[in-house]
Design a protein around this ligand. Sequence first.
Ligand SMILES: C[S@@+](CC[C@H](N)C(=O)[O-])C[C@H]1O[C@@H](n2cnc3c(N)ncnc32)[C@H](O)[C@@H]1O
Length: 283
Amino acid sequence: MTLTIAAQEFALFRELLHDRCGILLPDNKKYLLETRLSGLVKDARCISFGQFYLMTKTASVHSAFFQSIIDAITTNETLWFRDRKPFEIFAGQVLPLYQDSIRAGKQQTLKIWSAACSTGQEPYSIAMSILEHDGLPGGNLAAYTQILATDISAQALALAQNGRYDSLSMGRGLPNHYIGKYFTPENNQWLINNSVRRLITFKQFNLKDPMAGLFGPFDIIFLRNVVIYFSDIFKKQLYNNLRRVMKPGGFLFLGAGESASGYSEAFEMLDRDGIIYFRLKIE
Ligand SMILES: C[S@@+](CC[C@H](N)C(=O)[O-])C[C@H]1O[C@@H](n2cnc3c(N)ncnc32)[C@H](O)[C@@H]1O
């Protein structure tokens, strides 16, 4: 049975979730907390959302308890090579720049961050793009590439790290010929090959936390389909923080409909065939 959340309880939860994870629940999303959290309220033997709020308030973001709330309220929807075009730009326009730079001895590493990687399709798509690039004449990037894949959700991250996908998820955006090339069948599932996996380091990370400990500065950041859930205040802070862990001239890929414009002056907006992506200005 779904419990009812009082207006004041909703306001408290809203503030807490914003403080801890940057997520802003719009006023009309009261039902979302009711439907998604009622089960957890009962599991915690609380009689009301108010009592549950008090438990939540004292729990660390990393505790299993808080993680179950994050898993209930976040959307982990993702797919391979999501929206296709940004990945074409990444492979066709961006990677050749870094190949030239590495060949000219101007840099020794290519550091990429998939900053809300969900169940892994995004970082694995990035890694497969690198390997495909290396199959082209003169392509030699994998040896220099380090991909960091992070997410706030321990559950999503565990699935990402596991790298095992059922046929339904395999059917979502993955070019057919990549299946035999980059995956091994195992018990009705597909396991990502080590050639892809070894390019990636997985780590639980809340975008609200200080970024100094991450292995940047990054050349390229994928922050796709997550800022849409954040408040304007947090978006400003986040773009400002990203700037500090990116190399000048570095690329930022956001989700369709997401933009750094209006939140940060640090990024130049690029438009290729209607696909928008961003580049950190060189000061
Ligand atoms: C809709 S998925 C997007 C996955 C992938 N980037 C894509 O475009 O397909 C959003 C992800 O953002 C994560 N997320 C939400 N708030 C976060 C935060 N504060 N820090 C890190 N990750 C967060 C969620 O756990 C979820 O896995």
